[in-house]
Write a protein that binds this ligand. Structure first.
Ligand code: ADP
Ligand code: MG
Length: 602
């Protein structure tokens, strides 16, 4: 006797629910997407106990009449597509016709709905697939669906639900995704009677982002737009200083749908390369519009992934638009002067930022305490600049503005920079002053120089008088074997020297400040460690980063006036010198007007 039988509808729905409804947040997503598809201008979401007890979504959309309300919970029932032709260009968020049926198979539902032109509404209740009668009722136009006791007949799934907080985090995330791309819609979210979000309709994207995340994030965004090759890209890019340790603040929307896509993620990462450390993620809100025919959304049950017919085009366009914007932007970090009496971090600053500026403030305080009175200050600490070149030239080279001395006295030029704590350089500018981080700045400059020379295969090497050798591990030897090409590009001549020994014979000129053996040893470790994770290009970048870091002037190193001048001159010759290769700022700018405010002069 055969063992195959056809499953009944409710079983089919429960199986489908397994795919679409993972947790309360999935219910929120499906219901709200239906509301958006119904043309709603306002959607109110109320949740109890992280969604276990109740999820209610009410909208003012076009609603359903009694017949449709009865049908909406049947499997494969949809008003959004009719034939296979429609599948080729899906313009609505839903189309699979299985969300309501799935949800109704695993919870207790009450739905009421009224179309705008009907005087009366209808309601229906479904308890884990058992549907009651559709009854008339009086209600506002639009639709309200209440989902109670999710998974209550499926203890195994219910047990799988996490704490209220975790489930709420997922719900908030779904809410944000919808809210970001529907900024015309009035949206509210409440939990156990407390309002978490109240986003009025017709907000600008900046307002939405400030409402959902923070004012700081909204203010840091740089906007850019492009329309080329059938792709309309509208992007909001976070400045590097608000970067994150994960990609959660990278929101990508395709024709109004939140998606995750590995090509686009890669393009974002590439765009931020050199602006951020490899393990940091830029904050990005990306809105892409393209013809519906150019991709397939029918590849994933929750439609979070799509298949682009021309993924390369999408990748290259996104990369170009973002990269161009980042390169064209002034990414200087504006120094903030904390008010010390309060002791606490001002709320607009992150703790890290605050500590960073505070450290500099303290360093300067200490310096000025030591070197008072003012008359002696120059002699003690300011490094006199070379008087042989003209003052104008010097000020141009250093980028600082040289105040011409009154009555043309040129005998003792006022230096316009000073080194403090052997780590920072303070430079007077027209607007105020700047504080440069000597290590970060030099590292940035070296990064550019090395990169440029590596690319043009122009990295000069210097033969060491005596080869320097060291005992190498098997991994280091293997890394040497596997990465000959990279070493070569670096002007490094490193050879096996006996069974367990490696010798450095030539070393790049540019890295004169680094110790050859230490450098090569670390390089081989890095190659052994990262070689498998990165493609050749990214690996080279990691190596250049490391080389720049090792070759750069250290913090705590006293510099001569000539060295400082060189640094300042190089800084102005280098693209992107306002940020070190790890994405940290190299310079903080302070304006006179801020100083005046702080000193209450204005
Ligand atoms: N909030 C709503 N307002 C109006 N119609 C709705 C609403 N929610 C669901 N519907 C109707 O119920 C149908 C089934 O919904 P659903 O199961 O989510 O499938 P899909 O969205 O894929 O069509 C929809 O196609 C739509 O016609
Ligand atoms: Mg739907």
């Amino acid at each position: 006797m055969g063992v195959i039988s056809v499953l009944d509808d409710n079983m089919i729905n429960m199986i489908a629910a397994g795919e679409v409804i993972e947790r309360p947040a999935s219910v929120v997503k499906e219901l709200v997407e239906n509301s958006i598809d119904s043309g709603a201008t306002r959607i109110d979401i109320a949740v109890e106990d992280g969604g276990r007890k109740l999820i209610s979504v009410a909208d003012d959309g076009f609603g359903m009449d009694a017949e449709d309300l009865g049908r909406a919970f049947e499997p494969h029932s949809t008003s959004k597509i009719r034939s296979s032709k429609d599948l080729r260009a899906i313009t609505t968020l839903g189309f699979r016709g299985e969300a309501l049926a799935s949800i109704a198979s695993i919870a207790a539902i009450k739905a009421i709905s009224r179309t705008q032109d009907s005087p009366q509404g209808s309601s229906v209740e479904i308890d884990c697939g058992a549907k009651g009668e559709v009854k008339p009722c009086s209600c506002d136009y639009g639709t309200r669906i209440e989902v109670r006791d999710l998974f209550y007949k499926l203890p195994a799934r219910r047990k799988f639900l996490r704490t209220v907080n975790t489930e709420m985090t997922h719900i908030s995330e779904q809410f944000s995704r919808i809210a970001l791309v529907n900024n015309n819609t009035y949206l509210t979210l409440s939990h156990n009677g407390h309002e978490l979000h109240n986003l009025s309709g017709g907000q600008s994207l900046h307002e939405r982002i400030a409402g959902l995340f923070s004012q700081e994030i909204a203010q840091s965004l740089m906007e850019t737009q492009s329309e080329e090759k059938g792709l309309n890209i509208h992007a909001f890019l976070g400045r590097p200083e608000i970067s994150r340790t994960n990609n959660k603040l990278q929101y990508v929307f395709l024709n109004g749908r939140f998606i995750r896509d590995k090509f686009i993620s890669h393009a974002i990462r590439e765009a931020y390369r050199t602006f951020l450390e490899p393990d940091r993620f830029g904050v990005v809100f990306l809105f892409i519009q393209m013809p519906y025919e150019d991709y397939d959304v029918n590849v994933h049950p929750t439609k979070i992934e799509v298949r682009f017919y021309n993924a390369n085009l999408v990748h290259s366009q996104v990369l170009a638009v973002l990269r161009e914007k980042l390169l064209a932007s002034d990414l200087d970090v504006k120094g903030k002067i904390p008010i010390r009496q309060t002791g606490a971090a001002p709320s607009s600053q992150s703790k890290e930022e605050y500590e960073h500026t505070l450290n500099i403030r303290l360093a300067m305080d200490e310096f000025f305490k030591k070197h008072r009175p003012v008359e002696t200050q120059n002699r003690l600490a300011l490094r006199d600049i070379d008087t042989s070149s003209s003052l104008k030239e010097q000020s141009q080279r250093s980028g600082a503005v040289y105040e011409p001395l009154r009555q043309g006295q040129l005998q003792q030029p006022q230096p316009n920079f000073l080194q403090i704590h052997d780590s920072y350089i303070v430079v007077q500018t027209q607007e105020g002053f700047e504080i440069l981080d000597q290590h970060a700045l030099h590292e940035r400059i070296l990064y550019n120089q090395i990169k440029q020379r590596v690319t043009s295969q122009n990295l000069e090497r210097q033969k060491l008088l005596l080869p320097e050798s060291f005992e190498a591990s098997a991994t280091q030897q293997q890394a040497l074997e596997e990465n000959k090409e990279i070493l070569e590009k670096f002007g490094l001549e490193v050879v096996p020297f006996g069974p367990k020994t490696i010798a450095v014979q030539s070393f790049p000129d540019l890295l004169a400040k680094a110790n050859p053996v230490e450098f090569v040893r670390d390089l081989l470790d890095l190659l052994a460690d990262k070689g498998k994770q990165f493609d050749a290009e990214a690996l080279l970048d990691v190596v250049i980063n490391m080389a720049a870091c090792k070759g750069a002037i250290k913090a705590g190193q006293k510099l001569t006036a000539a060295e400082i001048e060189q640094l300042l001159a190089d800084r102005h010759r280098n693209e992107l010198a306002s940020r070190c290769a790890h994405g940290r700022p190299t310079v903080l700018k302070f304006s006179l007007s801020d100083l005046e405010k702080q000193f209450k002069r204005t």
